[in-house]
Write a protein that binds this ligand. Structure first.
Ligand SMILES: Cc1ncc(COP(=O)(O)O)c(C=O)c1O
Length: 427
């Protein structure tokens, strides 16, 4: 595959952007052949700047829920664009969208809009502290809640003080949650949780409903706020908060990524239990009230309510999982596919430094399938059963080509150094 233009852009970027690229969309921790720059996208596909097309199992790391460039969503956004976007005050669509979200998400009585997932999780933390007048926030060890100083996984540039009142527990482990709550004493402001365990580099784990129920009980008993961070998984598992599937209502939930099918918007939803706290904080942004993404979100949510997209995601996700499992077996690999089929994580047994995963991803890429060797992936509603079959065929061919080379594979230097750092830190 030709990647001359991508290489040229990387070289230019290296001069004007620190490290050429930063954050989770950097290809620094992906196989060397992965393109950094993409020129366009449509439906389930993306095209790199050299014109190579890929079936995209990352879906922009989540925002692509219905398909890139969904014509219904884009038309709603274009109609609003003609009227106005970032104005001196919000457009009526803000009220309509808040009403829509409150009607869809059972625990929610109000909505506060922002731009990125980190804005929504950070606002959740502030609302919980404002409501309770307390300081301590419990998060699950290894869980990602964004890139602000209080939650970024890379501590460079942050202070210990930024996390002075952050405590951890083990996800799905009731005893460790109880111990963290007990240790917080009368200073517990909030318990944060992901809809399920979806930490990068690890197998995913379904939510144990007993953990969710106990988190609710502990918040009720202590007066703390329960926060579910839906930024990654929101509306891929349910048309409501994901924890509604376990019968548990949080006080706050943070959303982003897919809620406007790729238009920049995030939101904090909350119950009346913390309405006063929400009304007392000051958080805002120049673009938080822009109307175009809100119009896109209203249309996205209409489509989510009126179509069987979750059934579709589950059906194609199961087809993909079964097909990949059979391909792996056929070629003597043990592929662990964990988490919901619509947000799958794929890791190999006997692959502690991900060298098999990297080589597999590279083979898949060569065949026009964009997968990720250590981060969970995402399905979108524009994907079809035929797309899954193409991916399965590619998996079969990729693993066939990999099997004879298995003993000669080498680990990616960035991963080796990350693993060494974690080992040294005792993580
Ligand atoms: C669970 C979770 N919370 C928060 C965030 C932060 O969202 P953003 O990158 O939009 O700030 C992410 C992003 O991946 C996420 O997956």
């Amino acid at each position: 595959m030709l990647r001359a233009l991508d290489g040229a852009l990387k070289a230019r970027a290296a001069k004007v952007i620190p490290n050429g690229m930063y954050g989770h969309e950097s290809t620094a921790m992906l196989p060397a052949s992965y393109p950094q720059y993409f020129s366009r996208a449509k439906g389930a596909y993306i095209w790199d700047v050299d014109g190579n097309r890929y079936l995209d199992f990352m879906c922009a790391y989540g925002p692509n829920l219905l398909g890139y460039g969904d014509p219904r969503v884009d038309a709603a956004a274009a109609r609003q664009q003609v009227l106005g976007d970032a104005l001196t005050g919000p457009s009526p669509v803000m009220v309509e969208l808040a009403e829509t979200l409150v009607s869809m998400v059972t625990h929610a009585d109000w909505a506060m809009f922002c731009k990125n997932g980190t804005d929504a999780t950070t606002m959740a933390k502030s609302v919980a502290r404002a409501q309770t007048g307390r300081r301590i926030v419990i998060v699950a060890q290894g869980a990602y809640h964004g890139s602000a100083p209080w939650c970024t996984p890379n501590l460079t540039g942050t202070l210990p003080e930024d996390r002075a009142f952050l405590r951890t527990c083990l996800y799905n482990n009731v005893a460790s949650l109880e111990a963290a709550v007990a240790a917080a004493g009368d200073d517990l402001a909030a318990i944060f949780a992901s809809p399920f365990k979806h930490d990068a580099f690890f197998d995913q784990q379904a939510l144990d409903p007993a953990y969710a129920l106990r988190a609710r009980e502990l918040c009720d008993a202590t007066g703390a706020m329960l926060v579910v961070d839906e930024v990654r998984a929101g509306f891929r598992l349910a048309r409501d908060c994901s924890w509604s599937l376990a019968g548990v209502r949080p006080d706050l939930s943070s959303w982003g990524k897919g809620i406007a099918n790729g238009y920049p918007l995030s939101v904090l939803l909350g119950s009346n239990r913390c309405r006063d706290g929400a009304g007392s904080i000051y958080m805002t942004g120049s673009f938080w009230f822009a109307a175009v993404p809100m119009a896109a979100a209203i249309e996205t949510l209409r489509i989510l309510r009126e179509t069987h997209y979750i059934d579709h995601l589950q059906r194609i996700g199961e087809r993909l999982r079964n097909g990949f499992e059979a391909a792996a077996e056929r070629h003597g690999f043990e592929l662990r596919q964990t988490g919901p089929v619509q947000i799958p994580q794929m890791l190999f047994n006997e692959d502690p430094d991900f060298r098999i995963g990297f080589a597999w991803a590279e083979e898949m890429l060569r065949r026009g399938i964009y997968i990720h060797p250590w981060h969970n992936m995402f399905l979108c509603a524009a994907m079809t059963e035929a797309d899954m079959d193409v991916a399965i065929e590619a998996a079969d061919a990729s693993l066939a080509s990999l099997a004879p080379r298995r003993a000669k594979l080498e680990a990616h230097p960035a991963i080796t150094s990350r693993l060494r750092t974690r080992l040294e830190a005792g993580a």
